[in-house]
Ligand binder design. Structure first.
Ligand code: BES
Ligand code: ZN
Length: 458
């Protein structure tokens, strides 16, 4: 039984997890490229060690892709392709971490480190589930392929060409991903919708150099003020985005979908308390989970310019820059939104500013089937591991390649994740619940058995 495998091997597993979480595989940081490579090698070595028969590292123009397979179930047996990512987000602001982000600490039944929940901890639990099956039975119930990439957090720029080139090698009956949260502690969920993303950078340049704010202030348009004024015009008083055409492809929620959202357990006070906010905020006429799961939004992720050091410096800066992201919903397209955004910024920017707009990266939104064999197997697996019926939910985050499994591999995707939305993904003190880590191992090993019997029509 997987449960006894976990009990016997727990200490070793957590030591291995510590090793994995200690590698600073920050994909967006050029100075971390060697660490990202080292992390790929760690994963590949681990795949070999647990019993995967073919394991290869594919270099790309960016960070490498790890591919591993075990096809011992035979040509007649179904094949599951697991997808995950071993890269992580940057760690700043570093001073807000209780412990250094790449020195994992176990506390209160959680492991704290960058990548703990997103996504190294979740990838690792899959490797442990496979290891448990190999150890107990010497084989797996189905053929398994692993596709673990190092560029998810920067928009997976090299995965689409890879998938096109290796379409045959990646052929499978279902795709399984664990890079999403469960709905609440003890309440597993299957995610069937993810938002897309369009991530832009806007730079305003005013005067040709920084100026004395006493000598020039009042006579020269300040780029930070101008940028703030422009950003303020991107949403109206109802929280709707004002970019013309922005909602053109958004399909309104049906009554049935709204009823589904309304059935999800939600407590406004608890939601606010957990975040220490006085109230939620967002587009008028929609509930919190509709806002995060099924409506697009626009947020400034960072803004800078002028003097930000200690104390005061009287300066009228030459430049101001903001990173602005938009989360998208079916059937918006990231490239279309990027073009609409740039056009609108150029239209509303004050004539006093020179404007530069850059598209940093993006992802198209995805809806996955709610009734595939994979989803049915995952329902059973989660029910077994959590002793609770999973809910179906839609999440606000993005997995850039999600749609490609459908379009390139023609395989349905199952989003069976084990994180929690409160685990500080992308923030200081990211962590992962060890209870969900263990339940994840159990659910994953059950998933393979269930998928086999469902695919065989049992
Ligand atoms: N694990 C997340 C995706 C996610 C987060 C799904 C929350 C559901 C709920 C993933 O690793 C991620 O963070 N993706 C990025 C993609 C982007 C950089 C293109 C994201 O959503 O910001
Ligand atoms: Zn992730």
């Amino acid at each position: 039984m997987t449960e006894s495998f976990i009990a016997k091997n727990k200490e070793r597993m957590l030591k291995e997890l510590t090793e994995l979480l200690s590698i600073p595989s920050i994909s967006t940081e050029p100075s971390n490229a060697a660490d990202v490579q080292r992390c790929a090698e760690w994963i590949a070595d681990h795949c070999r060690a647990i019993g995967m028969t073919e394991t290869r590292i594919y270099p790309t123009p960016g960070h490498p892709i790890v591919y591993a397979e075990w096809l011992g179930a035979g040509a007649d047996a179904p094949t599951v392709l697991f997808y995950g990512h071993y890269d992580v987000q940057p760690v700043d602001p570093l001073h807000l971490w209780t412990n250094p982000p790449f020195e994992p600490v176990f506390r209160d039944g959680k492991v704290f480190a960058r990548g703990a929940t997103d996504d190294k901890g979740q990838v690792f639990l899959h490797l442990k589930a496979l290891e448990a099956l190999f150890a107990e039975r010497g084989s797996l119930p189905v053929n398994v392929k692993l596709l673990i990439e190092g560029e998810e957090e920067i928009g997976s720029p090299n995965l689409e060409p890879f998938m096109n080139e290796y379409r045959e090698m990646l052929r499978c009956d279902t795709v399984l991903i664990s890079d999403t949260p469960i709905f609440a502690p003890g309440l597993p969920s299957l995610v069937y919708g993810l938002r897309g993303l369009c991530y832009m950078e806007v730079e305003f340049t005013g005067p040709n150099r920084d100026l004395h704010s006493g000598t020039f202030g009042g006579a020269v348009h300040n780029p930070i003020n101008a940028l703030a004024e422009t950003i303020a015009r991107l949403k109206d008083g109802f929280g709707r985005i004002t970019i013309p055409g922005f909602y053109g492809d958004v399909v309104p929620l049906t009554q049935e979908e709204r009823e589904d959202f309304a059935r999800l357990p939600y407590n406004d006070q608890a939601y606010c308390d957990e975040l220490d906010i006085s109230s939620t905020y967002g587009e008028f006429g929609y509930s919190t989970y509709e806002r995060t799961g099924a409506r697009p939004t626009l947020d400034v992720n960072g803004i800078w310019g002028g003097f930000i050091g200690e104390g005061a410096k009287t300066v009228l800066p030459s430049k101001a820059t903001a990173k602005i992201s938009m989360r998208l919903v079916p059937h918006q397209k990231t490239d279309t939104i990027a073009a609409l955004f740039e056009e609108h910024i150029r239209t509303i920017a004050p004539p006093t500013m020179k404007v530069k707009v850059t598209n940093l990266h993006g992802a198209d939104p995805a809806l996955t089937p709610r009734d595939s064999d994979g989803v049915k197997a995952a329902v059973k697996a989660l029910e077994y591991a959590y002793n609770a019926k999973p809910v179906l939910s839609r999440e606000g985050g993005s997995i850039p390649v999600c749609l490609l499994f459908d379009t390139i591999l023609n395989a349905p995707t199952v989003l069976m994740g084990f994180g929690l939305n409160t685990e500080n993904a992308h923030s200081p003190d990211e962590h992962f619940s060890l209870e969900n880590f263990e339940k994840g191992i159990i659910a994953t090993s059950v998933f393979y058995d269930e998928f086999l019997s469902i695919a065989r029509g049992a």
